[in-house]
Design a protein around this ligand. Structure first.
Ligand code: MSP
Length: 499
């Protein structure tokens, strides 16, 4: 039994979460559920990033205090995560007291160590990213610097600020990125290394003047400043598990931390985060799992691009959380952007969930009930099914343990595909003694259902309950270990979508 700690980015609650946020959060949830199932002591942290200029302005536009806005939004986010069956253990908000104290103490420690100094600053800033862009990074449109992600004009900032001496960590970072296997997939470590080689590591601003950004944690050694929102936000990963207030909990989970992020925030989670951790004498994360974007009409899906796909629309179209979860995990891609297409999504849902898995559950349960009154016993699984089951399980475990949820889903579905083909071939409905076949089919279903559980927890629970088995650790599945099934007719788990 191990320990597993997984995090999502904490989201800016200036608007409701959309399909892009769901993509990351569902993925983290699948990892968390899988690790709980294999018996790991698991902690899953998500939450909201509530300070900074972006939130300050969003509140101004609505004519409310930012605290009121973020309070309302926290309720809204939790509600979306509930609708998507996100099993987080803690929802962190950067306005939480314990977090604010950790941030304040951390910046003071860096200051006391001589890693923070005051100087003037000027540069181009994107409020949507809450980030400064250098001349090599921004795009020039109509002669003006624009954000490469949001395609909006950047704002010119000139102010006196506090810098963090990031430049001191160059050798450390190059060494970690080159020699340690933290960033997954590796291509992203290479990307960061190239950027460091090209531009070097320059010191970064970690404060904003209070007169401009008053909605933030006060800098403890200078009340005229608030802490820069990214410095504040990154520390959620340690404050959320007790750093500075429950060190026993922190020491248990931190060595097993897996950060899940989109590629847009790679720099912050490598160059800046690893250096801050190093400065605070906290070991670097075990894994940084990066994924690419969901795109629509060629652009990253996001509020600023105006191409948002709403979670509630997806839930309605795909008949609840399992459909949405499965589709997003089936297309999940670490390296390549994925185009959101109704056609592709509908066909994944229909072919894999409705026609393959859902249909199998229904068919087998109805046959077991009609032919054997629901009582199905057996000792061995027909090798025609046992072999593909064991092969698929090995593939599934290997894929899950290497963060490849999409391949794991495909492996689970392969068993259902073989089982449907087996029914068509053996025609148990015509047989006078179909028990042997039905037993083998139930065993195949126990395998698929167990493997699919982290991705489609509701349907998997319903199937297990009707077929008469318990979902348990997939690492210890053995074919033939159930002596007798007591089967009830299962409902239609995935209603087909008409095109
Ligand atoms: N608040 C910061 C993160 C701080 S973490 C210490 C932030 N928030 S965000 O609301 O903009 O969320 C960004 C994250 O949302 C991305 O890294 C990604 O995980 C997810 N996504 C948002 N849009 C997405 C797509 N279109 N596609 C895939 N993921 C997307 O950045």
């Amino acid at each position: 039994m191990g320990v597993f700690y997984v995090t999502t980015p904490i989201y800016y609650p200036n608007a409701a979460p959309h399909i892009g946020h769901a993509y990351t959060t569902i993925y983290a949830d699948v990892l968390a559920r899988y690790h709980r199932l294999v018996g790991d002591d698991t902690f899953f942290l998500t939450g909201n990033d509530e300070h900074g200029l972006k939130l300050q302005r969003a509140a101004e536009r609505r004519g409310v205090h930012p605290k009121q806005l973020v309070d309302e939004m926290a309720v809204l986010y939790k509600n979306y995560w509930r609708m998507l069956d996100i099993s987080y253990d803690h929802f962190i908000r950067t306005t939480d007291d314990y977090h604010e104290r950790v941030v304040s103490d951390a910046i003071r420690r860096l200051y006391d160590k001589g890693l923070v100094y005051k100087d003037s600053y000027s540069g181009w800033y994107c409020v949507d990213c809450e980030k400064f862009y250098s001349s090599g990074e921004y795009e020039v449109i109509d002669g003006k610097p624009h954000c490469p992600i949001h395609k909006k004009p950047l704002e010119w900032l000139e102010e006196t600020t506090y810098y963090f001496k990031l430049s001191e960590f160059e050798d450390y970072l190059i060494d970690v990125l080159k020699n340690r296997d933290i960033v997954y997939p590796r291509q992203y470590a290479v990307e960061v290394l190239r950027k460091i080689e090209k531009e070097g590591l320059v010191d970064v601003s970690i404060a904003r003047p209070k007169e401009r950004v008053w909605w933030g944690i006060p800098v403890p050694f200078d009340p005229e400043y608030t802490v820069y929102v990214w410095f504040d936000a990154l520390l959620n990963y340690v404050s959320g598990i007790g750093y500075g207030w429950d060190m026993e909990k922190f020491n248990k989970y931190w060595p097993a931390v897996h950060h899940v992020i989109g590629k847009d925030i790679l720099w912050f989670h490598t160059a800046i985060w690893f250096s801050v951790l190093h400065a605070l004498e906290i070991p670097e994360p075990r894994k940084l799992i990066v994924h690419a974007f969901l795109i629509n009409r060629g652009l990253k899906i996001g509020k600023s691009s105006g191409n948002v796909i709403a979670i509630e629309d997806l839930l309605e179209h795909y008949n609840g959380s399992d459909g949405v979860r499965y589709i997003l995990m089936r297309v999940f891609n670490h390296g390549k952007d994925v185009d959101v297409s109704n056609q592709v999504f509908d066909s994944i849902y229909n072919a894999e969930l409705a026609d393959n898995y859902g249909n199998l559950v229904r068919r087998v349960s109805v046959m077991a009930e009609k032919r054997l009154g629901g009582k199905v016993s057996g000792e061995t699984v027909d090798p025609e099914l046992a072999e593909p089951m064991e092969k698929a399980l090995r593939e599934y475990l290997e894929a899950m343990d290497s963060y490849d949820v999409s391949r794991a889903a495909a492996a689970a579905m392969e068993i259902a595909r073989r089982a449907n083909a087996y029914i068509n071939e053996k025609r148990p409905w015509e047989s006078s003694s179909p028990e042997k076949e039905l037993y083998s089919l139930l065993e195949a279903l126990r395998y698929t259902t167990t493997m699919l559980y982290p991705i489609i927890p509701r349907a998997a629970e319903t199937a297990a309950q009707h077929l008469g088995f318990q979902i348990k650790n997939p690492r210890s599945l053995v074919p033939g270990e159930i002596d007798a099934y007591s089967v009830k007719r299962a409902p239609i788990l995935f209603k087909k979508i008409q095109g």
